[in-house]
Design a protein around this ligand. Structure first.
Ligand SMILES: Nc1ncnc2c1ncn2[C@@H]1O[C@H](COP(=O)(O)OP(=O)(O)OP(=O)(O)O)[C@@H](O)[C@H]1O
Ligand SMILES: [Mg+2]
Length: 239
């Protein structure tokens, strides 16, 4: 397994946000984590990324225990988070935002990788020197993904990338996720757009109030109507 999370626990004071969650992501897989608002999805990803310190459990990545490693060490290991809400710096240029993704790297390779990312996203290339505030929501999400790619990840974790995007842009985003995966990137995808997430993922987990409520193949989860209705809502509600 590329990522193996066992019994992960996270509390913020009295709030028990993640309750003993175990999950795995295999090499080359797309795995999704679904759940309603406040289910603990972002907390789970932040703990895996090293942005929040878990109160219990272990995280293995690429054959080593990274539970005690710092966030930037994890990025260097190839574990990268595209955070909820994109976290683009709107006063900085598109290029400056992109290059932030390379903060753990140096050398001429970074510039070459940045050019590759601009080749992939012509809309970003065209606005390369403009402030990121000129980008649409979809373009900002592409920038957030591009920034993460600049760290040369093995596993990309995406926290609700489709949030606030129009259906056409959501389609483009999911095409991009599938394409990156086909090129070898493993992906852990947090979504409230249940339908789209289960189409692109091979397996999924459902979180409810911090705890795992269900897990299975994407087909199994999609077929469980009661699960989808009770815990996930539908994509239209989420949008
Ligand atoms: N920094 C924090 N301090 C205290 N409580 C927090 C903090 N971050 C999240 N929480 C609480 O932890 C619980 C889980 O929140 P989290 O943001 O992980 O859920 P989520 O599934 O990502 O929700 P959403 O779909 O709205 O993004 C919630 O009760 C939330 O209020
Ligand atoms: Mg969240």
């Amino acid at each position: 397994m590329l990522l193996e999370v066992a019994g992960l626990d996270l509390r913020y004071g009295a709030t028990h946000a993640v309750k003993g969650v175990s999950l795995t992501v295999g090499e080359g897989e797309i795995v999704t984590v679904l759940g309603a608002n406040g289910a603990g999805k972002s907390s789970l990803l932040k703990a895996i990324a090293g942005a929040e310190k878990p109160t219990g459990g272990t995280i293995q990545f690429n054959g080593r225990d990274i539970t005690g490693r710092g966030a930037s060490q994890r990025v260097r290991d190839g574990l990268v988070l595209v955070p909820e809400g994109r976290q683009i710096f709107v006063s900085l240029s598109v290029e400056e935002n992109l290059l932030m993704g390379a903060y753990t790297r140096s050398g001429a390779e970074v510039a070459r990788d940045a050019e590759e990312i601009f080749d992939r996203f012509p809309n970003l290339e065209a606005r390369r020197h403009a402030p990121a505030s000129v980008l649409s929501g979809g373009e900002q999400q592409m920038l957030a993904v591009g920034r993460a790619l600049l760290a040369r990840p093995k596993l990309m974790m995406l926290d609700e990338p489709s949030l606030g995007l129009s259906p056409i842009v959501v389609d483009q985003l999911f095409d991009l996720i599938a394409e990156l995966n086909a090129q070898g990137l493993s992906i852990l995808l947090v979504e409230q757009n249940t339908q789209m997430a289960l189409e692109v993922a091979s397996r999924g987990y459902v979180l409810e109030l911090g705890a795992l409520r269900a897990e299975g193949t994407a087909e199994e989860l999609a077929a469980d109507a009661s699960l989808v209705e009770a815990y996930l809502g539908n994509a239209e509600d989420a949008a």
